[in-house]
Design a protein around this ligand. Structure first.
Ligand code: KIV
Length: 257
């Protein structure tokens, strides 16, 4: 595990880090061939369960989806999001992070926030739990869902928080919806890699929600590029299947015992 994390950190300034989210085994087993990091994101709350926010995601949900993802992972670093209200203080965070690590056999956990979680991160790291940070737009607490870095105070805080998280021992930081010049500044100021989502090409790596990349999610976001419209492909396949069943073409002799 330590080696995987050190190898990831070594990629900074050398090779871009590729990352995607997965919520289940079959998808994870495909992503594992191409990704450095597979994240079981609490975005599963909105993507799979249509929750209004990730705040409704429970620890049990994260653990069950992560157990499925784990079965598809052989090479990549697997990180699991700690959901809302599972790291309100260091004691709670340590108990829940240990449970996630034990039940899912993941390689690390991700927590949202900066100064507020500094002591917590230090304690997790001291207990040999690798931690990934998350700054910029923080879906577990954000009210506006606007990109970050327009106001000077916001810029200063994100910059300071990134330094604090590094000091606390995180192995990398996700920067979500961060203005380009700020993402560049944060990335330059750190020894650990930054992983951007809506945070420009200047981050050390990139992450997207997999359902967005394949066009399964019909929503459109500026920071997403759809590499395939999988909804169309699925529609075509299901249409063919429905036609064949109705015309008694499927199942045929070959599909029967
Ligand atoms: O929950 C998630 O999927 C995430 C990524 C968008 C970084 O945190």
């Amino acid at each position: 595990m330590k080696k995987k994390i050190l190898d990831l950190i070594k990629k900074k300034n050398k090779k871009k880090i590729v990352s995607l989210t997965a919520y289940s085994k079959n998808i994870a087993s495909i992503l594992d061939n191409y990704c450095d990091i597979v994240l079981v994101g609490d975005s599963l709350g909105s993507v799979l369960y249509s929750y209004k926010s990730t705040r409704e995601v429970s620890l049990d949900m994260m653990i069950e989806h992560s157990k499925s993802v784990r079965m598809g992972i052989k090479k990549a670093l697997m990180v699991v999001d700690m959901p809302h209200n599972t790291y309100r203080n260091s004691k709670e965070a340590l108990k829940n992070a240990k449970l996630i690590m034990k039940k899912t056999k993941c390689h690390g956990v991700k927590l949202e926030g900066g100064k507020k979680i500094y002591e917590t991160v230090k304690i997790l790291v001291k207990n040999k739990i690798p931690v990934m940070g998350h700054l910029g737009l923080l879906p577990q607490s954000d009210k506006t869902f606007k990109f970050k870095g327009q106001k000077k105070s916001e810029r200063d805080n994100i910059l300071k928080d990134s330094q604090l998280l590094e000091k606390a021992g995180v192995f990398s930081i996700v920067l979500e919806c961060v203005e380009t010049s700020l993402a560049k500044l944060v990335t330059k100021g750190l020894k650990i890699p930054t992983i951007g989502i809506g945070a420009s090409k200047y981050c050390d790596g990139q992450i997207l929600v997999f359902d967005d990349l394949i066009g399964l999610n019909p929503m459109k976001y500026r920071f997403v590029k759809k590499y395939i419209n999988i909804r169309n492909e699925i529609s075509k396949a299901v249409l063919n299947y429905s036609k064949e069943v109705r015309k008694i073409k499927f199942p045929n002799k070959k599909n029967s015992y």
